[in-house]
Design a protein around this ligand. Structure first.
Ligand code: ATP
Ligand code: MG
Length: 403
């Protein structure tokens, strides 16, 4: 066990940003805790985003009140976590805010260097140094409208840089997920990574294989379900991190177009599902496997099914996929053969099937990237949805093209 150096002499700086970006419930929680006499701040990514005029995804709150004390202040709150207790203050079935008590820098690491225990309460200056990056370790005092900066986070916001807190090799060893977080923040914020982060990532990338596939699944959604997913993909590849998440995936135009399509959907508030992206990432590997199995297996259905199963089993060793999601991936792949056949008698059934939409989008993006020969097939299904009868589409396709 070692005690991480604590920081002292903070900078307190009055800051100006659009206050309407602060979540009203977060303000209420902070005010209630402050009124009860405790020290309390907004902390982490939300402060960073507010200073950059970005709308924060979530609001984290840090305080010197113990979890049990926070719990008593809010009727609709609950204590969670066994190793490190936190309080969730509930606002609706889907919305809660997390309140954490300052944690000390005391961490217990395993032989591999990975953190196994990080659960002692501490002071704010200790809480600062257990965080990952300097830009993520800013505290905002709602009452004085000041940001409290112990380690140069404000400077980094100004110079648009990401620096790690402490020794990068050690911090990445403690928690290798910090490497993919660095790449995500670099891209989201359009910041530069410090040279020591870059060098350490190359060295420590293989440690990602020690992280549980379930945690990496959550991280993957954060990596790619946003407005800049393809840039993140390219950078993960550049830093040699991608192969520790998707060892069967190689970059191609389908992946590029699908990630950009997902980003556009998010910009337009349209729904997205991780099943689609995983189906895209693994499609080429599935195809290669299918081609091999088909040489021995006469049933296309069985060959497809076996290839899908094998590729997914390989994937979940790195990044786990929930069952419902693997089922949708397989259905999307299987539907491609059916869509490509364009059998008139099956059109109605295909259109009515619950998987049609995703399979159709998948086909359209294939036809716009790696399979241009499928353009007429994609057109066929586009028309089929707007009320064309199959006979009309077939006869139209047989007509010579007018000039
Ligand atoms: P965003 O919510 O935009 O993804 P964030 O910085 O708020 O970014 P969260 O995962 O919400 O990220 O975490 C909140 C804060 O908790 C971070 O800003 C950081 O201070 C701290 N934190 C999160 N994950 C780690 C980690 N793996 N190691 C150290 N500190 C972390
Ligand atoms: Mg956050």
């Amino acid at each position: 066990m070692f005690r991480r150096k604590k920081s002292s002499n903070p900078v307190r700086k009055k800051v100006n940003f659009d206050k309407r970006l602060i979540d009203r419930d977060a303000l209420k929680v902070v005010q209630t805790i402050a009124k009860a006499g405790f020290e309390v701040y907004l902390v982490g990514g939300c402060v960073r985003d507010l200073l950059l005029d970005l709308k924060p995804k979530d609001f984290d709150i840090a305080t010197n009140a113990k979890p049990e004390q926070v719990n008593k202040l809010f009727k609709r709150s609950r204590l969670i976590g066994r190793r490190f207790r936190l309080v969730h203050v509930m606002f609706s079935a889907r919305k809660y805010l997390e309140v954490a008590t300052f944690r000390s820098g005391q961490v217990k690491t395993a032989k591999s260097g990975v953190i196994v225990r990080d659960n002692c309460y501490g002071k704010i200056e200790e809480d600062v140094v257990r965080r990952d990056f300097r830009v993520n370790a800013l505290y905002y005092d709602v009452r004085t409208e000041e940001v409290i900066d112990y380690i140069g986070g404000l400077e980094d916001i100004d110079s648009r840089q990401i620096h790690i807190i402490g020794e990068p090799l050690v911090r990445f060893e403690e928690d290798p997920v910090r490497m993919i977080r660095a790449v995500r923040f670099q891209t989201k914020l359009n910041f530069e990574l410090s040279n020591e982060i870059k060098l350490s990532i190359y060295q420590q990338a293989p440690l990602l294989s020690n992280i549980s596939p379930a945690r990496l699944y959550e991280e993957c959604i954060k990596l790619f379900h946003n407005e800049y997913g393809f840039k993140v993909y390219e950078r993960l590849e550049k830093y040699d991190l991608l192969k520790h998440l998707f060892k069967q995936t190689r970059k191609n135009d389908f992946i590029k177009i699908a990630l950009n399509n997902t980003s556009n959907r998010i910009k337009r508030n349209k729904p997205v599902t991780p099943a689609f992206l995983f189906a895209v990432f693994l499609w080429q590997a599935q195809n290669e496997r299918y081609q091999l199995i088909k040489q021995k297996q006469r049933s296309i259905y069985l060959a497809m099914s076996q290839a899908s199963e094998e590729v997914i089993i390989n994937q979940i060793k790195q990044v786990s996929l929930p069952r419902w999601l693997t089922a949708r991936i397989k259905e999307t792949w299987m539907a491609q053969t059916k869509l490509e056949k364009m059998q008139p008698k099956k059109v109605e059934d295909m259109l009515a099937s619950k998987d049609f939409r995703m399979a159709y989008n998948f086909l359209v993006l294939r036809s716009q990237s790696i399979n241009p020969e499928l353009k007429p097939v994609a057109d066929f299904w586009t028309k089929a949805q707007v009320g064309y009868k199959p006979e009309d589409i077939y006869s139209e396709r047989r007509k010579p093209r007018s000039k």
